[in-house]
Design a protein around this ligand. Sequence first.
Ligand code: BGC
Length: 517
Amino acid sequence: MAGGGAYVHHIKSRNYYEDKVTTYVLVSCFVAAMGGLLFGYDLGITGGVTSMDPFLLKFFPSVYKQVKDGLKGHKCTYCKYNNELLTLFTSSLYLAALIASLFASNTTRILGRKTSMFLGGLFFLVGALLNGFAINVHMLIVGRLLLGFGVGYCNQSVPVYLSEMAPPNIRGALNMGFQMMITIGILIANFINYLTAEHEHGWRISLGVGAAPALLLCVASLFLGDTPNSMIERGEYGQAKIILQKIRGTQKVDDEFQDLIDLIEVARQVVHPWKTITQHKYRPQLTLCSLIPCFQQLTGINVIMFYAPLLFQTLGFGGDASLMSAVITGSVNVIATIISIFSVDKFGRRILFLEGGIQMFLCQISVGLMIAMKFGVKGEGSFSKGEADLLLFIICLFVAAYAWSWGPLGWLVPSEICPLEVRSAGQAINVAVNMFFTFAIAQVFLSMLCHFKFGLFFIFAGLVTVMTIFVALLLPETKNVPIEEMNRVWGTHWFWRRFVPEDVVASDSGHNHKPSP
Ligand code: BGC
């Protein structure tokens, strides 16, 4: 996924490459970025659709009844939408994505990046059509599974494609750009839900519209050239050189071409990347590549992304107001991601993580308190207009904090801390853990809300505290550190230094830098 930098190859001679950004590269990257947009669209569309009455009535009549009973005061507010089948509708996509991501890395390596992108687009296309034309719940669930396969394939191949196509000087920006496409996808979905909600078959449009960018991705990936890296990996040296000349817009690509061949040779020598990453000296990378995606999801962001409209309705907002609220939080998400892109190399990762963590903590506590005071344990009551506005404002502050910290950095940091020999394994762990926790949150949120009531927001506040302390103590600053010099970051860190072999620390001690916290 947005871990495009995972495949960024930093080599000394890169400064001598021709770093021109050609139209060919821009067009290819634009098309490939559709993968991020599609992922975002799927993240954002579900919540709104599951709050539409005609959709519930058709596929989940028991939930519909539950909600209407709730409105008549027969049921605890917190449990209105708690239904296993409805939850499965949301979460099944991420389980399928998790499974597909395990296969996708082999497809991407053996058959090439564009084959994986094409397959991803195809899965998206069929999944969106099945959902848009669904006549029973089985079609819905099969469609969701196919969309999940699409997410798995695209998230694996698109970032790799982007970072291999782009000249090195814009690779970092592309990594964050992919996250921005995700947020734009979420926003478009929120907006389409808002527009279609009033129509009897609006949910069909919401679910089906994803077919359009999917078709574009599919058709375009047939015409896109594969990356030179992928061609060299598959032994097509002649073609690889031609395409490299084309994407760089010059005949002078000999240095870069030779570096690519050397790098791919090095990568080939690592026969067991999975085993390699479990070695003692890679403990910092293994720990961070597993914990960062887990923490990213435990911020609770997807409670907002998946269930904001249901949450707002649960708390007494009208249907329209709920969907409009999702559009507002979606816009904040995009804007704050842009802020992050421009500040990450200026202020550094740690400041953003720490500030974001504190802000999210305060927001979770405030939301918990507001709901506790209004609904209590019994779950009876509703917000006045002013209170509802305040709640929405606090949720926006929460989304903003996430979107300039854990959102993009949750993908960027794991991708920049792994040396080449464990980069693909680190990235695969990152994607799989992320998908697993996305699935888990989608699966348990509604029933946890039913059981823990407002206390659930205090639980999230507790989790945010843990992850912020973790960052303060254990996440070294990686701003402006070239990937090939990352060892000195670990070598001078109070905790991680014990895992770095002594010769590496000694050879780096000549560098003039302060120990990281
Ligand atoms: C996460 C998604 C989340 C999105 C929100 C991404 O980085 O992986 O799970 O929905 O951010 O913008």
